[in-house]
Write a protein that binds this ligand. Sequence first.
Ligand SMILES: [Zn+2]
Length: 182
Amino acid sequence: MAVLDIVLYPDDPLTKKAAPYDAVGPEVVQLAADMYETMAAYDGVGLAGPQVGVSRRILVAHPPEGEPICLVNPEITDMQGRVEGEEGCLSLPNVYAKVPRAVRIHVRALDERGAPLDFEAEDFLARIIQHECDHLDGIVFPDRLDILSREEVLHEFEEVRRRMREEAQSRLGVACSSAHPL
Ligand SMILES: [Zn+2]
């Protein structure tokens, strides 16, 4: 197992529609194991393929009071109710917003071994699955807000990324000066 790198918005393939799996083989079991480990390492409750650079229709979810699950080729076949709840995203760290989602959903998918799943999810698990399914269509949570709030959150994240780049560069500067002491 391995902790994978997280792709940050708007880098590839985060804003692209991910391709479905034609068949579920051992490489999917391996990817799911790596995604479970990555989700845990980053303290996330969900993670989708495009967030780890894999543009395929796979996601993992781990609600605080539940078992981790992997959904391959998931489809939300029914949605009921609507509620706003706070969301963040490992691909847009340090920004949050209240996002409207369905309260209850019906889901059809395969698990990482190819077994069919057909279930109802509600509340937080339903929210996680809707957020992660959006990633499979190249959609991030600010895209679910009204246009002004979307701009505001994305602008805030541009600032976060600028600071992250500056911090990375200053670390690189220290590393370079110690490696080349001239
Ligand atoms: Zn996300």
